[in-house]
Design a protein around this ligand. Structure first.
Ligand code: GRF
Length: 204
């Protein structure tokens, strides 16, 4: 059996997606979250990692050298952005090209880009009168929310939705989608062709 694929999760906030990943990877011999990285020392995500005995590192998000050193120290193959609010430095993107995943709480390519995070996203979706929304997982390039889309799931926008009610409905689906994509990536089922990405089906 080869060594487990070593994953770094970057998170700035609550870390409910991190928790979903921990739960999905529990007991799997082929993948492990080796370190949780944050730009915020007070991120709840770091507490979740500590309580599972997983190492945490707080970094200066603009210090590419520091981030590369943390990732090298931990022999990281895949990076998962789970509510990480900073842009990943170009040097890190180049080094882990097509090995960085992000989850975004709307159907990209709409409602992404700088400033489109948290309730700003859901408010924009509601103001546009959309009837569906849902999370997107994509590969990270040098721009916010722009890299190849890997998977999306739709959820209905309900009459009377507020940004908070829509966020909660989308988040529940994020917690299933992100682990699904990460497991596919670990199993070598994430295929990138040019600027397109797709998942090959897993074994039933
Ligand atoms: C999620 O909605 C995710 O899509 C976005 O930030 C939020 C993070 O939530 N990028 P959590 O920290 O995982 O609870």
């Amino acid at each position: 059996m080869s060594n487990p694929t070593r994953i770094a999760v970057f998170a700035s906030g609550t870390g409910s997606n991190l928790e979903a990943l921990f739960e999905a990877l529990e007991g799997r011999p082929d993948a492990e979250i080796a370190v949780v990285v944050s730009d915020r020392p007070d991120a709840t995500a770091l507490e979740r990692a500590r309580s599972r005995g997983v190492g945490v590192r707080t970094v200066d998000p603009d210090d590419a050298g520091e981030i590369v050193a943390v990732l090298e120290d931990h022999d990281i193959e895949w990076i998962v952005l789970a509510g990480y609010l900073k842009r990943v430095p170009a040097q890190v993107v180049a080094r882990w090209r097509n090995r960085i995943l992000n989850i975004h709480p709307a159907l990209l390519p709409k409602y992404g880009g700088k400033g489109m995070y948290g309730h700003h996203v859901h408010r924009a979706v509601l103001e546009a009168g959309e009837t569906v929304s849902g999370p997107t997982v994509h590969l990270v390039d040098e721009e916010y929310d722009r890299g190849p889309i890997v998977a999306r799931r739709t959820v209905p926008v309900e009459p009377g939705d507020t940004p908070a009610s829509l966020a909660a409905r989308v988040l529940a689906v994020e917690h299933r989608l992100l682990p699904e994509v990460v497991i596919a990536a670990v199993e070598g089922r994430l295929v990138v062709e040019g600027d397109r990405a797709r998942l090959l089906p897993g074994e039933a």
